[in-house]
Design a protein around this ligand. Structure first.
Ligand code: XMP
Length: 509
């Protein structure tokens, strides 16, 4: 494995992704990790990430210097490089000017990190400080017009330092450089795969829960579905999944989950049909945050009640992913503004006095999908578009009523039918309909109509952090619009949302 020390760079998850794409396992750890903990991980190499701090600023993050005595390769990137140079006997000079953006990298020797890399290649810079004096044993291996030492190495001790970011796509041959580090320098083996993960995970789950009972909130989305199947493989009937119908699900959603998990996969499933209570509490509520909070709270209540019916549950399983884990313990992120309070099961373990089982907590989303496939889950589950916890309630702007829900469900079904028919479903990150609380005038069969407006939202994205509106072909948009206006009573106008995230968000509320 490779240890990545997290100095707070916005790119460090990307470093981890790049390593794992090479089938090498890696873990991101905060800089206060002890040297004994590092030894216990027994890494083949260490990558020191970039970060926003300047090495000489107060409170600049540092990791135990003992890493340089372990006899394993160390790669420092940007701030990681500054830390390395400063910890050894070199020095870093602060600069008023930031170098940010593309630069042409001139490579001195096409060896080591740069084996097989072009002599002139594009790299991505983002730094203030730079190297003043190299530590003894180091030689400079590359430069750019603004930075005389853009890369350096000490071959004997296997220390490598890059001022630019090899992990971002703007560094054209960055992947090659990282692969050189992994395989030529650290001598890693390509042993990380979802097949190997399953065996370890099954063993780990069994060790953690013993003969105790585990409960899991199944939403039908990728993460909880994959977690359910993995746990089922590990502990079978000790697992009970709870599916809560909150009354704001898509058409046939509940039936689909029951069919798949209970009938097909034979997983213990409790089905809480609780739509009525959710809708009752949502009555008259129009504020988006209020809606989200009501649904979150009610979910916890219903789930808790279901759990009480199963005697002796000790564990709560969740489909937490690696980015959540990294972000939740980041010492650098700080509290960010609450844009939307996400509905999740965050309040559950404390309330129910349960211990957590999080078998996916070291995986990225794309790895979870591969795992799901490996475990035999259908494409329809593995590649399902995300659906928010508060469901259609945040896609009905204004009050959620049974009538408005019925209108949105019908429109949403038509939209998805068309998107699937055109083989666009898996190409889009999300595609859905939003019902607006605005009426407009129309004409249908010589009659005046005064009905609702429905918005179509379709976006492409890699991670939901940013998203672009999808440039759907006009004939498909026309077909969707025609069908919705003709088939859904209560809608006489369809509009297409052409906003990206940021500054908009994917969901409307
Ligand atoms: P926004 O609207 O913030 O959404 O751009 C980003 C992604 O998160 C999904 N989403 C949620 N998922 N619980 C969830 O599990 C929620 O409360 C929630 N709210 C939004 C949204 O569909 C998009 O994929």
């Amino acid at each position: 494995m490779i240890l990545i020390v997290d100095f707070g760079s916005q790119y460090n998850q990307l470093i981890a992704r790049r390593v794992r794409e090479n089938h090498v396992y890696c873990q991101i750890e905060p800089p206060d990790i002890s040297i004994d903990a590092i030894k216990a991980l027994d890494p083949e190499g260490i990558i020191l990430s970039g970060g926003p701090a300047s090495i000489y600023s107060k409170g600049a993050p540092r990791v135990d210097r003992g890493i340089f005595n372990l006899g394993i390769p160390v790669l420092g990137i940007c701030y990681g490089l500054h830390y390395m140079i400063d910890s050894l006997d070199g020095n870093v000079i602060g600069s008023q000017k930031r170098e940010y953006g593309f630069a042409e990298l001139l490579i001195k020797k096409q060896k080591g990190m740069f084996a097989g890399v072009s002599k002139k290649t594009q790299c991505w810079m983002s730094h203030g400080d730079s190297i003043g004096k190299l530590p003894s044993g180091f030689t400079a291996t590359a430069s750019t017009a603004n930075t005389s030492i853009a890369a350096a190495e000490d071959i004997k001790r296997k220390f490598y330092a890059l001022q630019f970011h090899p992990e971002v796509v703007h560094t054209k041959e960055g992947k090659k450089m990282l692969a050189n580090f992994l395989f030529n320098i650290c001598r890693c083996k390509k042993s990380w795969s979802m097949k190997s993960f399953i065996n370890d995970a099954v063993e780990e789950i069994r060790r953690q829960v013993g003969s105790e009972k585990v409960i899991l909130g199944l939403s039908g989305g990728v993460d909880s579905s994959v977690a359910a199947v993995l746990l089922n493989k590990a502990i079978g009937k000790q697992l009970t999944c709870v599916f809560v119908d909150n009354g704001v699900l898509r058409e046939n959603e509940a039936e689909r989950v029951i069919e798949m998990f209970s009938k097909h996969l034979r997983i213990n499933l409790r089905f809480a049909r609780s739509g009525k209570i959710f809708l009752k509490r949502l009555k008259g509520v129009t504020d988006p945050e209020k809606k989200r909070k009501i649904i979150g709270r009610t979910f916890i209540e219903v789930f808790d009640k279901e759990a009480q019916k199963i005697k002796g549950v000790r564990f709560l399983a969740q489909g937490t992913l690696y980015p959540d884990l990294i972000e939740s313990r980041s010492a650098f992120g700080g509290p960010s503004a609450v844009i939307k309070s996400h509905h999740n099961v965050g309040g559950l373990p404390k309330k129910m006095n349960l211990k957590l089982v999080e078998p996916l907590k070291h995986l990225f989303k794309d790895e979870v999908r591969l795992l799901g496939k490996e475990l035999g889950l259908a494409d329809d589950v593995v590649w399902r578009q995300p659906f928010p916890g508060p469901g259609l309630a945040v896609r009905i702007i204004g009050e959620v009523t049974p009538r408005r829900l019925a209108v949105l469900r019908q429109a949403d079904t038509i939209l998805l039918e068309e998107i699937r028919a055109q083989h666009l479903y898996y190409k889009l990150w999300q595609s859905f309909a939003v019902l607006l609380p605005i009426k407009s005038v129309g004409v249908m069969g010589d009659q005046r109509t005064y009905e609702n407006i429905l918005a179509i939202r379709a976006v492409t994205s890699d991670d939901a952090m940013t998203a672009d509106w999808a440039q759907l072909p006009h004939d498909i948009l026309a077909r969707i619009s025609n069908r919705i206006i003709n088939e859904v009573r209560g809608v006489n106008r369809v509009v297409y949302d052409i906003s990206s995230k940021p500054p908009s968000t994917i969901e409307w509320e």
